[in-house]
Each structure stands twice: as structure tokens, then as C-alpha cells.
Design a protein. Structure first.
Lengths: 420, 420
């Protein structure tokens, strides 16, 4: 009997995670001889644990194709990490139980490092209890921190958003600087690594234009050097644009976002690193400033996604199905770079146990010697990833996105599972 | 002898103010029999006062055409208001003196309400001293607060950015809400009127989707009602997206952005209204939240400008030249709406003394009865303004923008002018 497949989305979503879903579902539909239906977990792995799944075979091919240009996670994602195998086997056994009941033979899990770990553990427990389940992790993260792949789908589009926004805001500040705002600060994501902050550096080819300064998590914040650099830019260029990572830290390793301030009621201040940087500039240099905090906008901005990224997100989804059908188990599709310029790439794969719980940090050689900008090597790596535009269709000025029927799969287990 | 023209940009810039510059320069170039050269003031009116101008006739037609897709103000803008005529005639006399020396017979001033007032005063002083100068104001402001025109160039594009971003971030939060972020707050511009906040309401056609709540400057903030509404949305939809105007106020008329907090050193907190709203939600409902502050990104986002807006910005520039050549003086081109759907419009004009220093507030009938959303009338008005896309060209993943030679006009006055 043909097996069904389970697909779920995990962790912070991106503007192209649904493009990977599209790749999985379209590839599975082309192999109906081997894969019966693709069930989607609602809210990630929770959907399997509490048997809350929707049947994607009930969606039209048009709807599935629209996933290519729909940001967010259409099936719902979850920030939920399965516990360690040795500590809590219940969760894993429940997954196997659900998979058995629904005749699921393929487990596709679309997420970051934690998710690769989960997919790996599911394959282990499958072997152990003698239930054949093919587990494929599908890479996704704007943080670009998965190893063994040239890049992670989601990163290129967020990077493009940041680069484009930095260029645009830079032109704005440059024109205001004579009589008004002289410093502009853009706060971007990247708690552990400076990949996204580095993307700001692609806005222009020279430090005479925005951004003049990038603050990376990798480089301990040196207030004196920083202020000197800000002042230099205002004196030489008339203004200064700063891209700061939410993960920027001081020399003691403390996040700049957490430094300093409590409000009148003694609450710790909620503002982030951009506000603290603004405060430092105001108190020491007195320049008029503005700041923007991109937050979710950067990772959901499908309207400015990179064409490379959309294509790669789709291809890793498709490849996941192909790997499964080739009989690979416990692997993750990867992007392999063949050439920088013109960018050439293909897909490959890597074993999940090698990927799981490993972070790829940004190489020091991608950051300039003074620590405030990116290098030519970084540009060479990153430009191809933000290259090309892939615009969604619009109606009445607003992007059209997929509207799924989300028809539930009938529940078959009597016992309810309590999430701890 | 043919006269030259002076063109300058004033106040906060937009993603399409250079499209108006393009309209002025291209129209002037088509009437070389009447207009010799267009000189651009560097940094707005300061350029005239201190005789700091560039000669746009030295730019290629290709460069001028690229202004159509270049955000910011390419000649530099200024936040600088001429003093009252009766208080300080020096500034006005200096302008006339510069115009005389450079044979300038046309004054095109591209800005908001203050700038229309300035253009009007220049025409008055011209008459008084017997120097013939044709003064035309060209409307520009993302705030959409100029009267007598259907809309102000700059607004439609910022509105589109906000509507699109709200839709995209809404899909992101919706997918995270089960286990993580339940409330997302987007702070937008609009110190005095809620036009930009209202644009967030275009993201979706129903309040079941983002944004569920809009906080307008026009509606005094009612904490209890607000919290009730947030809670209702989280219960019914699983999440809540809030678009808040930087101009939102409490019942006493105080900006929410300024309420409450000073830091550990007694400085007033720099964070804005989004942070205070987040704080209220955290302390009263405890939901996990995220917030974004769009700031300059919303007004410089040429990559997602509305086609209607780009076209209107160009046309008011062109019309300004045509009005001048028809012998009109002290007027501003306007947009006249002929039909809502399909949107039909044409250009007209209004006397500057009627426009100067007047603000157009958002009608109460554009805000829903409960004060938390927009009405069908608001949609009818606003949808055409965000309609259509007008993408810039890209290279290496980044938008291409105009690079001007900015060749200075030789100074001809001996006396330097001291700005007070």
C-alpha cells in the first residue's frame, strides 16, 4: 500500500518557506505512484502530536502554485522543541503512533537547526521500534546559520530586503542631513551571527554611502571607536547610516539591547539595540537621529524576495521528495555553489546527524579589519543570494496570496495527547 | 532674454519627490523657447539663500529620466522655514537678489504646507519690489495633509508600503501565534493625521485578518477598550496585528509616544509609541509581542511605490511648468478625482494663498464607529492611490538610482548671506 507523507513547518517563518512547501507538494503529486497524500501538520510538529493535520490533496493545483508567492507559514509553524529522547520518549512514540494510524511513511520537516535534530531523532526512533519512516529535513532560516549548505532558504530574501531598505533610507537621510537628521539606525535580526547585518553592506559599493557602519554580533562593541567612526562619517559624508544586529554585544558579551535602562516604574526598558545606540549618539555627539526596527517585516517581505532565494526554497522542497524516493533517510537537501559570478548552483544532501544543532558562524574574513563593514569576499558570497526579483501578483494594490481550504484529516486515535 | 528657472525640494522627502523633479525638468526642456535652464537649489531654499545651486542642464536626459525611480531628494532638502515677511524681510530680499543675478524668472518649490506658504510669500515680495517672478508650489508629503488636492504625491507609495507590510507581517504572526508571538505592532508616521495609519487597513478586506486594530491620532486612546479589543482578536483569530500612528494620543491630548518612562539616568525614554503599546499589552495581558518601527523605510521605499503615485508625482511637476508658461502665478497644481473605480483623475490648480498653512484632516467617516478601523468610504478613497506597481530597474539585486553630476552654478554675488 502506498504511503502518505507528513510535512510541517517549524520555528520562525520566512517569506519563502511556503515555496518549499510548494516544492514538496508538487513533487509528491508527480509521484502519485509512490506517495499517496501529503498531510500538513498544523502548527508544526504539534500537528502530528495532537493529530491535527490538513489534507493538501484537497487543494487545487492553482492554490498550491500560489504558495510560491505567499509569505508566512500557511500551515502554521511552532516554536516547540521535542525533548531529549532519553528524557521523554512519549513524544516520539506518539509521533510513530500517529504516523502508523495514518499510514505515513515520509516525514518532511521544514526548519532550522533544532528541526534537523528533531527529524534525525524521529528517524532513530523509527528504526528502533521497527516502523519504517523516511525522515528528510528541509532547510529554512533567515539566520543563514545551517552548516553544509551554501545558504539557507529565507536568508537571501531577508538580506535583499535589508540591502534595498538600507540603500533607500540612506538616500533619504543624505537629503535631510544638512538641516535635520544626520544619523539613521536600522536594527536587523540575527541573534547569534551577523549574516543579516552584513547584508546591509550590499546597499552600496563604497563606504562613502550607506551604510557607513555595521555593528556585528561577532565584533565586541567599542563605544569610543564607534563614536569616532560616526563622527568621521558625518564630517566627511554629511550623514551616517548604521545597520545594527539585534545580537550586537559589548566587550563583556552582554547584548547591547539589554543594557542600561529601566522606566519610571522600574520595568526594564523594552526598547532594543537601535534605541540604545541612538541614546549613545544623542548623549555623546548630539546629532539628530532616526531609527527603524525592521523586525518581522524583514523576514515576511515577499514583495521584495530574491529570485535566487525563491528558486532555492522551491528546489530544496522538491529535492527532499526526490531524496526520499531514492531511498535516502535522515538527510537534508543542500545548496551547492558551483560558481560565484555568474552564480551557479545545484542541490545535494547531507546527513542530518552532521547538521543537527550546529551553527555556522560568519567567517571573520567577511568583516573588514576595523570591524565596521564587510569585505569583498563577503560581497562575492552574498550578492548572488539577493540577485533577481520575483514579484508576486497584485490585486487592488495588494499582493495576492494563497487561500487554502485546510480541510482537516479525520482523527483516528482515541487517546488525546497532552503537550507538556 | 529667456529666463532661467529655480527648483528646490523642501521638508521630509518621499520615494517620489524626484519624480516631480523629473516632471519639472523634462517639461522645461520641452519649452526651451521659454525656459533657458533649470537650476536646482542645494538643500532646498538654502540653495537660493546662499547661492548654492546646481545646473540641471548639465545632466543627461538618461540621468533625468532615472529620477523617476530614485527615492530621497537628489538635490538635498531642508527643514528650514523662512521667517515672517514683516519680521525679517532680509531673507526674501536675498532671494530676489539671487534670482535677479541669475536671471531666474520661475520659482518651483516642491514641498508641503509650509513650502506653499513660502512660495506664496516669494510671489508677494516679487510684486512688491517690482521683480517679475512666477511662483509655483508643487505638492509633496507622505502625510497627505494638503487641502484642495485629491491626494499628495508621496502618500500613495508610503500607504502601499504600509498596507503590503501589514499584510505580510500579518501572515507571519498568524503562523507563529499558536506557540509564540500573538501580538504584532507596526508603528507608522503621521504626527497630526491618521492617513498613513489608515492605509494599514487596506492589507485585508476583513477585520478577521491583519490589522485587527488601528490606533489613529483622531481617536483618543482608551486603554480599557483597546485591551478588550486585543483580547477579543487573540481569542477569535489567534493573534492580533495593530497599526499605530506615531501621533496617537491619550484623552488629555498627550502623545502616547511621550508617556511614562524615563531611564535609569533620568533621561526621558527615546522609544516611541510602539514600545509603549507593547508595554501596555505585556503588563495587562501578558501576550508575547513583536513590534516594528517603519520610520524612514516607509517614505523612501521606492521599490514598492504605487504606480498611481509615481505618475501623479511626475504629472504635478510637469503641470507646474505648464501653469507657469500659461502665465499663472502663485498657484499649486492639484490632483482632481473624476471617478473612484476605475480611478480617473486629471490635474488642476489652486491659488497658493488658499493652500498655505492649512491641514487637511482625515474625515471622521473614514474611521469605523468603534474607532479601531477604517470604513468602506476610506477604502473607496484609498485603494486607487496604492494601486499599480512601478518597479525600479535592478543591478546585482539592488535598485539602480540616478547619479547626478551636480555641477555647481557659478556664484555671482559678492556678499555672503548669513543664515540666522
Amino acid at each position: 500500500m502506498k504511503k502518505n507523507a507528513f510535512y510541517a513547518q517549524s520555528g520562525g517563518v520566512t517569506s519563502v518557506i511556503n515555496a518549499s512547501a510548494c516544492g514538496v507538494i508538487e513533487a509528491a503529486r508527480k509521484h502519485k505512484d509512490k506517495i499517496n497524500k501529503v498531510y500538513a501538520g498544523r502548527n508544526g510538529i504539534l500537528g502530528a502530536l495532537i493529530e491535527d493535520m490538513t489534507d493538501t490533496s484537497r487543494e487545487t493545483s492553482k492554490t498550491i502554485a500560489q504558495l510560491l508567492h505567499t509569505p508566512g507559514g500557511v500551515f502554521g509553524s511552532a516554536r516547540f522543541k521535542l525533548q531529549d529522547l532519553r528524557k521523554n520518549k512519549d513524544e516520539y512514540h506518539r509521533l510513530i503512533q500517529v504516523f502508523k494510524k495514518h499510514n505515513i511513511g515520509y516525514f518532511f520537516y521544514n526548519g532550522g537547526g533544532d528541526s534537523m535534530d528533531t527529524a534525525h531523532k524521529v528517524s532513530l526512533i523509527g528504526k528502533k521500534v521497527g516502523f519504517p519512516i523516511v525522515c528528510i529535513g528541509i532547510p529554512k532560516t533567515v539566520d543563514n546559520d545551517l552548516p553544509f549548505t551554501d545558504t539557507c532558504p529565507g536568508f537571501g530574501s531577508a538580506a535583499k530586503y535589508i540591502a534595498v531598505s538600507t540603500k533607500e533610507a540612506g538616500l533619504d537621510v543624505a537629503s535631510m542631513a544638512k538641516t535635520s537628521t544626520k544619523v539613521f539606525i536600522l536594527e536587523v535580526m540575527g541573534r547569534h551571527a551577523g549574516w543579516l547585518a552584513a547584508a546591509g553592506g550590499l546597499a552600496n559599493e563604497t563606504r562613502k554611502k550607506a551604510p557607513q557602519i555595521i555593528l556585528f554580533p561577532e565584533i565586541p562593541f567599542d563605544k569610543k571607536e564607534f563614536l569616532k567612526e560616526v563622527n568621521k562619517s558625518v564630517k566627511n559624508n554629511g550623514y551616517c547610516v548604521i545597520v545594527v544586529s539585534e545580537g550586537a554585544k559589548n566587550k563583556k558579551g552582554k547584548f547591547l539591547a539589554e543594557i542600561g535602562t529601566t522606566d519610571a516604574f522600574g520595568h526594564s526598558q523594552l526598547g532594543g539595540v537601535a534605541i540604545n545606540i541612538a541614546d549613545i549618539i544623542k548623549n555623546n555627539l548630539g546629532y539628530k537621529y532616526h531609527y527603524a526596527i525592521a523586525d518581522y517585516l524583514q523576514r515576511s517581505a515577499r514583495h521584495i524576495s530574491s529570485k535566487t532565494d525563491v528558486e532555492q526554497a522551491y528546489q530544496v522542497g522538491k529535492k527532499a521528495v526526490e531524496l526520499a524516493l531514492e531511498g535516502r533517510n535522515s538527510v537534508m537537501p543542500t545548496i551547492i555553489r558551483k560558481n560565484d559570478s555568474p552564480y551557479k548552483w545545484t542541490t545535494g544532501y547531507i546527513e542530518l546527524n552532521k547538521v543537527a544543532n550546529k551553527e555556522r558562524m560568519m567567517p571573520r574574513k567577511f568583516i573588514s579589519t576595523d570591524g565596521f563593514h564587510i569585505t569583498a569576499a563577503c560581497r562575492r558570497y552574498m550578492v548572488p543570494l539577493i540577485n533577481g526579483e520575483d514579484y508576486p501578483p497584485y490585486k487592488n494594490g495588494i499582493p495576492i496570496t494563497a487561500k487554502l481550504k485546510n480541510i482537516p484529516v479525520d482523527r483516528m486515535l482515541k487517546e488525546k495527547f497532552m503537550i507538556k
